[in-house]
Design a protein around this ligand. Structure first.
Ligand code: SME
Length: 162
């Protein structure tokens, strides 16, 4: 059972996201701001980053974009690897409460216990994803999922206008 994030904190972060979205001049600024905000304000979000599909790559490849947290060895991830590859290839949010029990998991840090990956859609197609790791097991409850999916939606809409 996932532990619930403070609902007041989630509401506050949503308001800050809306402000960020209205102030960011580009999709790139928005994505950078989202990683900073989530990493700073959501205390269990220990690594927050975007992976975006490399334009024209064959086979398709996820490439690390803006991120906050420790450096990761996984800067390029094919779609048949990792939780990241699973989310991008299925177009579905993946929540893993215990990364040690998921054979797809690619380790970034020994401290990571749980992970959420949410696809970013642009005009109905997966363009990338928002990936969050936590040092706490089962850190991502329903309201976390909603919050991260909201971030992914804002990003997708902004990329559609880019
Ligand atoms: N754990 C991810 C790899 C990326 S790191 O979490 C930053 C995965 O299994 O795809």
């Amino acid at each position: 059972m996932a532990t619930t994030s403070n609902p007041h904190r989630v509401d506050e972060v949503r308001r800050e996201l809306d402000r960020l979205n209205s102030e960011a001049r580009t999709a790139d600024q928005l994505m950078k701001g989202i990683t900073l905000l989530l990493h700073q304000k959501m205390l269990k979000y220990n690594w927050v980053g975007f992976y975006m599909l490399e334009p024209g790559a064959d086979p398709p490849m996820l490439v690390l974009g803006h991120y906050q947290g420790a450096m990761t060895p996984h800067t390029r991830i094919p779609l048949n690897q990792g939780i990241c590859g699973a989310a991008a290839s299925s177009g579905k949010t993946v929540v893993v409460d215990d990364v040690t029990s998921d054979s797809r998991y690619l380790a970034c840090s020994l401290e990571t216990k749980s992970e959420i990956v949410v696809p970013v859609f642009v005009r109905g197609l997966v363009a990338g994803e928002l990936d969050i790791d936590s040092h706490f097991p089962a850190a991502f409850a329903a309201e976390d999922r909603e919050l991260v999916e909201y971030c992914a939606q804002l990003t997708g809409k902004r990329l559609e206008g880019a």
